[in-house]
Structure formats: structure tokens, C-alpha cells
Design a protein around this ligand. Structure first.
Ligand code: DP6
Length: 349
């Protein structure tokens, strides 16, 4: 027999960034972070997990290609989920798996991203969240999504925020064993559904410095990171929670842009400095800043992760349409700095 479960998990984009770990193995951050989860129709991972007595080892395929599961991050997630496995009985298929059997049974995992893995669009976040969620269902684990988020976190920090829709906060926690470092939903996806998220793909090349290496160097060398984690982010988290609760787009945009810019300032303050944004990214920032300024009140927020692609969050559908017109005008396909493609992370416009 084979028992199978399929799950689908969207990616998330941080508006208050996670950058820096206080524990590298458990993946515990130096500050809280807040993200928005994208619509699963656009950027998501679909993972099927299967168990059978005929499988002789754990194996995984990513976009059809076999990958190794021997890395510490996969092993930590598998171990944590197996420890929570419960009895499963499916009378129709004649399947009965006792709690103690899960230790001996092997798993097969097949995962697909509906977006280019190398495009720097937070693929690990959706990937680990989906893996942990699917395994929890397969093994009948009773943990709620916050408890599962603490396991997904051990695969990739940002993954813990993809267990929920809407706006999500990753609480850094204080415990040394990481038990209180988990994600909670601030509001669900219906709370602020007029927002439209557009991802302008500046480059689909794989980034030169991975988030993991980059943040390790920043923790070791950047004084600005220390200041940010202790003095800046705690205040910003409170202000951002307020802005989201009140659907206050002006404050939301100001905080998101400021936090993205400070994260990239920390990267520049790192030794050796890390350059994630490029000239086109900078031009997008100028274009949005000018437009927001001329309107008197912000219409669009921008945020950039560990790569040059822009995530643009428009106040509403009208602002999103105007933004697309501006981007197409400023970055025509014939120019050196044209944008490769656009991904509409929410509704299409
Ligand atoms: C800039 O979660 O990819 O996207 O925990 O080492 O796997 P690891 O790093 P990762 O870092 C994400 C960094 C970021 C900001 C964010 O998503 O909060």
C-alpha cells in the first residue's frame, strides 16, 4: 500500500524583515518580523508526500529532479515531525500505521514550484512550509499551525510565516530551545483585500550571496544590525501592527519602504558589503518615491528581499493599474533596464 497527501502553500513577503540569527541550528532570529502571504494561485509550492512499506529510503524530488535530503535542515524537519506522528488508520485501503511504526517507515516527497526556483522569489519559504504541513497531515500530527510553524522555521526562517494567510508575525521568542519562536496570524486575507501585490522581476539570475550566508556575515560584522534589532524593529513592529489593524496605507507604506531600505543598508554595512539591489531596483525606488510624493499620500509601497526584484504593494486596484502604466513607461522592453516580467501576487488587474 501507499498513503499519500498533497498540500499547497503560498510564499510570503516580509514587510518588516528578518535578517540575522541568534542560533544558526535552531534558526532563531534577532528580531520579530511581519509578512504578507501571497495568493496561492500565483506563487506557491505543491508538495506530495507518500509513505509505503516498500520504500527503502527517504527520497525527495524538486521540480522533477532528485535532491539530497541529507542536509541538516531537512533532517531537523523530518525528525521533529516524526516525533509528533500519531496512529493512522484507513480501513478502506487496509492501512494501519501505529505510532511507533513511523520511525521505521520511509518517505517519498515530490515538490513543485509554480515560479522559477532561482528567481530569488522566496522559494524556500513556501517549500519548507509545504513540506512540514503535508508531513503533519500524512502522519496525523495533532499540532496546530503555530506549532507546525516552529518546525518549518528549522527548515528556513521565513518558512514559518507561510503556514498562515493574510498578515503574519514571526515572534522571535526568548527560550533557548526555540519553543516560543513561532508564527501567529495577525489578520486573515479578507481583512485588507483591496491591496494588490505586483512583483517586478528585474533579474531571474540566482543571487550571488544566499540569505543564510549574508545574514551570518551581517551578524558578525554590522553594527547597524545590532542597532536595528534592538532599537528600531521593536518600535516598527508595534507601528506596523497598528497600521495593518487600521488599514492605514500611508503608515503601512512608509514603514515597509523604510524597513526594506534599512535591511539593504545593513547589507552595505556588512564586511564584505552585500549588494542585493541593482541599478534597476534603485530606479524603481525613485519612480515610486516620486509618484508617492506627487500624490501627497502614498499609493504604493516597495520592498526588496535578498535580490534585485521589486515587490510592489499597491493601495488598491486603481493604484495598481497606474503603477503598471508607469513601470511600462519607465522601463520599456527596448531599454537596458527593462523588467523581465510581472507577477501579480494578488488579483489580476
Ligand atoms: C530577506 O528565510 O531565506 O527574505 O533562515 O537562512 O533560510 P534562512 O533565511 P531566509 O531569509 C529570508 C530573508 C529575507 C527577509 C524575510 O523574509 O524576512
Amino acid at each position: 500500500w501507499v498513503r499519500m497527501v498533497t498540500a499547497q502553500t503560498p510564499t510570503n513577503i516580509a514587510v518588516i524583515k528578518y535578517w540575522g540569527k541568534r542560533d544558526e541550528t535552531l534558526i532563531l532570529p534577532v528580531n520579530d518580523s511581519i509578512s504578507v502571504t501571497l495568493d496561492p494561485a500565483h506563487l506557491c509550492t505543491t508538495t506530495t508526500v507518500a509513505v509505503s512499506p516498500s520504500f527503502d529510503q527517504d527520497r525527495m524530488w524538486l521540480n522533477g529532479k532528485e535532491i539530497s535530503l541529507s542536509g541538516g535542515r531537512y533532517q531537523n524537519c523530518l525528525r521533529e515531525i516524526r516525533a509528533r506522528a500519531c496512529e493512522v488508520e484507513d480501513k478502506e485501503k487496509g492501512i494501519k500505521i501505529a505510532k511507533k511504526d513511523w520511525e521505521k517507515l520511509h518517505l517519498h516527497v515530490a515538490s513543485y514550484n509554480n515560479f522559477p526556483t532561482a528567481a530569488g522569489l522566496a522559494s524556500s519559504a513556501a517549500g519548507f512550509a509545504c513540506l512540514v504541513f503535508a508531513l503533519a497531515k500524512l502522519m496525523n500530527a495533532k499540532e496546530d499551525n503555530s506549532e507546525l510553524s516552529a518546525i518549518a522555521r528549522q527548515g528556513s526562517g521565513s518558512a514559518c510565516r507561510s503556514l498562515f494567510g493574510g498578515f503574519v508575525k514571526w515572534i522571535m521568542g526568548k527560550a533557548e530551545d526555540g519553543s516560543d519562536s513561532l508564527a501567529v496570524q495577525l489578520v486573515d486575507e479578507k481583512h485588507w483585500d483591496e491591496l494588490v501585490i505586483i512583483i517586478a522581476v528585474v533579474s531571474s539570475r540566482q543571487k550571488e550571496t544566499s540569505s543564510t550566508t549574508g545574514m551570518r556575515d551581517s551578524v558578525e560584522t554590522s553594527l547597524l544590525l545590532q542597532h536595528r534589532a534592538k532599537e528600531v524593529v521593536p518600535k516598527r513592529i508595534k507601528q506596523m501592527e497598528e497600521a495593518i489593524k487600521n488599514r492605514d496605507f500611508g503608515s503601512f507604506a512608509q514603514l515597509s519602504c523604510a524597513d526594506s531600505n534599512q535591511f539593504h543598508a545593513v547589507c552595505l554595512d556588512t564586511c564584505p558589503p552585500i549588494f542585493y539591489m541593482n541599478g534597476t531596483s534603485h530606479r524603481i525606488i525613485s519612480c515610486v518615491e516620486k509618484w508617492n510624493c506627487s500624490e501627497g499620500t502614498p499609493q504604493v509601497a516597495y520592498t526588496f528581499d535578498a535580490g534585485p526584484n521589486a515587490v510592489l504593494i499597491a493601495h488598491n486596484r486603481k493604484a495598481a493599474t497606474q503603477l503598471m502604466q508607469k513601470l511600462l513607461f519607465c522601463f520599456p522592453p527596448t531599454s537596458d533596464a527593462h523588467l523581465n516580467s510581472y507577477v501579480i501576487g494578488d488579483k489580476s488587474i
